[in-house]
Design a protein around this ligand. Structure first.
Ligand code: SAM
Length: 222
């Protein structure tokens, strides 16, 4: 039988224009339960279990409000922490290979192992700093989609994200309210990486009055 929480998650996704089936919703709720248990032993997230459905899972899924010409086959989540937005995106796009990157070993290991236990198998974990991993030949310019939430200001974040994006690919920075301020001074970084901003998409998180902005960057096709 569908639990209340499963129903709230499916309904919240629907409000974002995203179709979420019951099995996938249950995997994500199981993931939150595991996160709550792990959080009691070692600090992974400051967001409480009661807020996690909206502030972790639905917030992560807002990245799918952006229409893609082609579904991404490869996704990189920079500074994934407890697995957001990478784990919900992996659950919703099982055909994509999702790389979770974080400079903190315990977090990226938790996210990968726990996703596996919850039946989300299309994930690999990389313990590295973004600026170091970008120099790795197998990583540079090799992702269809690069995402990141709550890691750094746009100026730094774009510098970290864009080297990983394939030509013609997309980066999405999931941002809070002061996005216009953050975007000042990013023109040079965009130009050096042959990228431009295609959209700053506002979205209100379901069940809250919290507004987020998705800053969508496109790398020019060569
Ligand atoms: N993205 C997750 C979220 O929204 O819940 C975690 C956000 S947490 C505030 C920031 C994360 O970025 C931390 O887990 C930290 O270890 C990671 N981080 C910070 N600088 C990094 C870098 N240069 N390379 C990779 N990860 C980094």
């Amino acid at each position: 039988m569908m639990t209340d929480e499963t129903h709230v998650l499916i309904q919240g996704a629907h409000e974002l224009g995203i179709t979420l089936d019951e099995t996938t919703a249950q995997k994500l709720i199981m993931y939150l339960d595991q996160l709550e248990l792990a959080n009691k032993r070692f600090n992974i997230t400051r967001i409480s279990r009661s807020d996690a459905l909206s502030l972790h899972v639905l917030d992560s899924l807002t990245a799918l409000c952006i229409p893609f010409e082609n579904q991404p086959d490869s996704i990189l989540d920079i500074g994934t922490g407890g697995g957001f937005p990478g784990v919900p995106l992996a659950a919703l796009i099982p055909t994509a290979q999702v790389t979770l990157l974080d400079s903190t070993l315990k977090k990226v290991t938790f996210a990968h192992n726990t996703a596996e236990v919850c039946g989300i198998h299309n994930i690999q974990a990389v313990h590295e700093r973004a600026e170091v991993y970008a120099k790795h030949p197998s990583a540079k310019g090799s992702f269809d989609l690069v995402v990141s939430r709550a890691v750094a200001e746009c100026k730094t974040l774009f510098k970290w994200m864009l080297p990983f994006v394939k030509s013609g690919g997309t980066a999405i920075a999931l941002k809070g309210s002061n996005v216009e301020d953050e975007l000042r001074g990013t023109a040079g970084i965009l130009e050096r990486n042959s990228a431009h901003i295609t959209n700053i998409h506002p979205v209100t998180l379901p069940n809250t009055d919290i507004e987020r902005f998705l800053v969508v960057l496109k790398k020019t096709s060569s």
